[in-house]
Design a protein around this ligand. Structure first.
Ligand SMILES: Nc1ncnc2c1ncn2[C@@H]1O[C@H](COP(=O)(O)OP(=O)(O)OP(=O)(O)O)[C@@H](O)[C@H]1O
Ligand SMILES: [Mg+2]
Length: 447
C-alpha cells in the first residue's frame, strides 16, 4: 500500500484493471501527461486505496473477477460522490456502457482506445469533478427524483443549480433554449419544488395563441358586460395562478403593444380586469420561456428592452441536445424503458450502429425529437434490437443543422439543401429522399 500521496499540485488518478499490463500502460501514459497514478488489480484493492488517498478520478475496467467495475462505481457513488469515474468497456458491449453511465460513471471508453481518446476522457472527467466540487449538494439521482429531468452532462449542471436557486425565491425566471430542449419541464420543476407555491396551480400560457384583442381579458379577466360577448365575470390566467405560477411560453411572440401592458403588471404587481376601474393585487410567480434569443430581438427593436430586463432576473439557458454528449444515450435508454413499459413490450437494446447514429445526429428537435424517435421505433419494431436501419434516413448522414437566427427562412432552406447534398456525397436520390421534394425542385434550388 503506498503512503499518502500529498503532492497537491498534481491530479491523482486510480486505474483499476485485473490485467496488470493494461494498468501499467495506462499508468505510463498518464504519468507522462503529468498525473499521479495509483493502480489496483481488484475492486477490493481499489477500495483500500480510495480509503487512504485523495483520488480525483477512477478509471475502471468493467469485467473483473469477483467484483465488477459496476460495483466499484456504486461504491464510489455511495461513499465518495465527488470523484469522477471513467469506465473501460469491451468493443460491442454498449449495454455495459449504458449501465455504467446509469450507475454514475461520467464517461466510458471502448477498448481498444488511443492515447488521445484516453487523455480526452480524463480531461473531461476531471473538469466534471471540479464542477461537482462547486456544488456538492447536487446529485444526479436527486435531479431525476426531484426535478424529473434526466441527464448528467456538465452543461446541465448549471441548469440544475439555477433551478435549485429558483425554488427558494419568487424571482422572475427567463428560460431560453431551442425547441424541445425541456423548457416547460424546467419551469414545472421550479414550480413543483417551490416550498410555498407548489401546492397552488401552475398555469401555462402560450403567448402567440392568444388573439391580440383578447390578451387583457384572457390574462387579467373581465367583468360582465365589459364587451360584447362578456356575458359573465371571468377570471384571467393571473387570478387562476394566484399564489402559484404563471408560465408565459414563447414570450418573444408577444406583440409590442402588449409587451408594455405586461411590463406594467410586473412592475406594479397589480392588475385591472377589463371593464373595471379598481385594480387588484396579484401574488403570482412568473416564469417566461423563449426559443429565440431575446437580446438579439431587443437589438432589432422587436422586443422591449425594459421588459427584457424585468424578465431576465434568473436566466436559465438550456443547452441543445447535440451538445450534451453521453446524455443522448442516457435519454435514449430512458425513453426505451419508459415506452417499453407503456407498450407492455420487452426493452430493446441498441446496436453499435444505432448508438453511433444517435450520437452523430444533430437533433434539431432536441429531446422531443429523440423521444418521438424512440417511441416510433418501439412501435414499428417487433425485434428486441434497435438498429440504425430503423432510424429515418436523415440520421444516417451527419448534417449539422444550426439554426441561424439571422437567416431568413428562404436562406435557411437553401443552406439546408446544400448541406444535405454535400453530406450525401452529391447522391441526389438520397438527398431527395431526405428532403422529400422532387428532382425538379431540387435542381431549381441548387441553381
Ligand atoms: N432532460 C430531460 N429528461 C427527460 N425528459 C425530457 C428532458 N428534456 C425534455 N424532456 C421531454 O421532452 C419533451 C419536450 O420537453 P418540453 O416540452 O419541456 O420542451 P420545450 O423546450 O418546452 O419545447 P418547445 O420549444 O417545443 O415548447 C417532453 O416530453 C419532456 O418531458
Ligand atoms: Mg414548450
Amino acid at each position: 500500500m503506498p503512503d499518502k500521496y500529498d503532492q497537491c499540485d498534481k491530479e491523482v488518478i486510480l486505474v483499476v484493471d485485473d490485467n496488470s499490463i493494461t494498468c501499467e500502460v495506462i499508468q505510463r501514459n498518464l504519468e507522462m501527461s503529468g498525473f499521479h497514478v495509483f493502480t489496483a488489480q481488484s475492486v477490493n484493492d481499489a477500495i483500500q486505496i480510495l480509503s487512504k488517498q485523495n483520488i480525483n478520478l477512477v478509471i475502471t475496467d468493467y469485467k473483473m473477477p469477483k467484483h465488477s467495475g459496476l460495483e466499484l462505481i456504486k461504491y464510489v457513488r455511495d461513499h465518495l460522490k465527488e470523484i469522477s469515474i471513467i469506465m473501460l468497456t469491451g468493443y460491442g458491449s454498449i449495454n455495459s456502457a449504458v449501465s455504467a453511465i446509469k450507475e454514475g460513471a461520467d464517461e466510458y471508453i471502448t477498448k481498444p482506445f488511443t492515447d488521445e481518446e484516453l487523455l480526452d476522457a480524463v480531461k473531461t472527467s476531471l473538469q466534471k469533478q471540479k464542477q461537482k466540487k462547486i456544488d456538492p449538494g447536487l446529485l444526479y439521482d436527486d435531479v431525476w427524483t426531484r426535478f424529473g429531468i434526466m441527464g448528467q452532462a456538465q452543461n446541465m449542471l448549471e441548469v440544475y443549480s439555477k433551478i435549485e436557486k429558483a425554488c427558494n425565491n419568487d424571482a422572475i425566471v427567463l428560460i431560453s433554449g431551442e425547441n424541445g430542449t425541456g423548457k416547460e419541464l424546467v419551469a414545472r420543476a421550479i414550480h413543483y419544488n417551490h416550498k410555498a407555491r407548489s401546492i397552488y396551480p401552475f398555469i401555462p400560457v402560450n403567448c402567440p395563441g392568444i388573439p391580440a384583442g383578447l390578451f387583457e381579458s384572457e390574462l387579467f379577466g373581465h367583468v360582465k358586460g365589459a364587451f360584447t360577448g362578456a356575458v359573465e365575470h371571468r377570471k384571467g390566467f393571473f387570478q387562476a395562478a394566484e399564489k402559484g405560477c404563471l408560465f408565459l411560453d414563447e414570450i418573444s411572440e408577444l406583440p409590442f403593444e402588449l409587451q408594455s401592458k405586461l411590463l406594467r403588471v410586473l412592475q406594479e404587481k397589480e392588475i385591472c380586469r377589463v371593464g373595471e376601474t379598481q385594480t387588484e393585487k396579484i401574488d403570482t410567480r412568473i416564469i417566461a420561456a423563449t426559443n429565440k434569443n431575446l437580446e438579439n430581438l431587443v437589438k432589432k427593436d422587436l422586443f422591449r428592452q425594459d421588459l427584457f430586463f424585468r424578465l431576465n432576473v434568473i436566466n436559465i439557458d438550456i443547452p441543445p441536445l447535440r451538445d450534451r454528449g453521453n446524455d443522448i444515450l442516457l435519454l435514449a435508454r430512458h425513453f426505451v424503458l419508459k415506452y417499453a413499459k407503456e407498450l407492455g413490450i420487452t426493452e430493446s437494446i441498441f446496436t453499435e450502429k444505432a448508438i453511433t447514429a444517435l450520437k452523430n445526429y444533430s437533433w434539431p428537435g432536441n429531446v422531443r425529437e429523440l423521444e418521438n424517435l424512440i417511441h416510433r421505433s418501439l412501435i414499428m419494431n417487433d425485434k428486441d434490437i434497435i438498429d440504425s436501419v430503423d432510424f429515418p434516413d436523415i440520421m444516417k448522414f451527419k448534417v449539422h443543422y444550426n439554426p441561424h437566427l439571422n437567416l431568413s427562412l428562404e436562406d435557411m432552406s437553401k443552406k439546408y439543401i446544400r448541406d444535405v447534398v454535400q453530406q450525401t456525397g452529391g447522391n441526389k436520390t438520397k438527398a431527395l429522399e431526405i428532403l422529400k421534394i422532387d428532382r425538379k425542385t431540387l435542381l431549381k434550388k441548387l441553381k
